[in-house]
Design a protein around this ligand. Structure first.
Ligand code: SAH
Length: 220
């Protein structure tokens, strides 16, 4: 079915090319990541009246006080994950689903959890319409997805006060976990690599601003 308001035309494609040039200048250099950004129609993740914002390198509100992350940030976190084809990836914070689509485009198998039911439902309905089918779950990212573990990679896309032990446990030996850590407006991008013997190494990769990860709370 063709959705008239879901058009992806030459203008959109041109704007995406420009966006890709911009994030390349900012240091994104993995070609599969750049290709994913170039092929995903980010304007369709926003309300059509905000088209002019879709291809600026900025985050944007998606309702429920949440945001679609800035393209540079999505690309940066994706690069840190060093995705290989068929990697099983857990994303905490589905939001608009844009990051999940980037992961799918570069060949990952994606499992994504969202804490806000309205966003979960909206994204679950929307993504198949543009041809993307990650496995989406309504639940609490602090708990991960024990039934589907272990994962090759884990990415958190909200500011986390700490990394829950559950998520570390759900990471394969040799796996990578990337998360913005910190409370308040600014977080540090941290990458943990689980060595084959289970020992974790930790690296930091600069400052970013994410919406906060929602506290572990009972069902709404
Ligand atoms: N990856 C998203 C970015 C969304 S912003 C995108 O590409 O659009 C962060 C998201 O994390 C929000 O949708 C928020 O509701 C969700 N979130 C916050 N706390 C969470 C938790 N404990 N478990 C799962 N999702 C959570």
């Amino acid at each position: 079915m063709i959705y008239p308001h879901m058009e992806d035309n030459f203008r959109h494609k041109g704007l995406r090319k420009r966006l890709v040039e911009e994030i390349k200048k900012k240091g994104i250099n993995q070609q599969p990541v750049l290709d994913a950004i170039e092929s995903i129609p980010r304007h369709l993740f926003l309300d059509p009246v905000f088209l002019e914002f879709a291809y600026q390198d900025k985050p944007f509100p998606i309702g429920c006080e949440q945001t679609i992350s800035q393209p540079y940030t999505v690309a940066f976190q994706t690069q840190l994950l060093e995705i290989k084809a068929r990697d099983k990836v857990l994303e905490v914070g589905t939001g608009s689903g844009y990051q999940a689509c980037v992961l799918l485009e570069i060949g990952a198998r994606v499992y994504s959890i969202e804490r806000i039911k309205k966003l979960y439902e909206k994204t679950k309905l929307f993504l198949p319409k543009i041809g993307y089918r990650p496995k989406l779950f309504y639940g609490d990212g602090y708990k991960g997805l024990p039934t589907f573990a272990p994962f090759d990679k884990i990415i958190i896309t909200a500011g986390a006060p700490f990394i829950p032990d559950e998520l570390i446990d759900q990471l394969k030996p040799g796996g990578i976990l990337v998360a913005p850590i910190g409370v308040g407006g600014v977080q540090t991008m941290v990458r943990w690599i689980k060595q084959l013997d289970g020992v974790l190494t930790k690296e930091t990769h600069g400052s970013f601003a994410f919406v906060p990860m929602l506290e572990n709370k009972s069902e709404e």
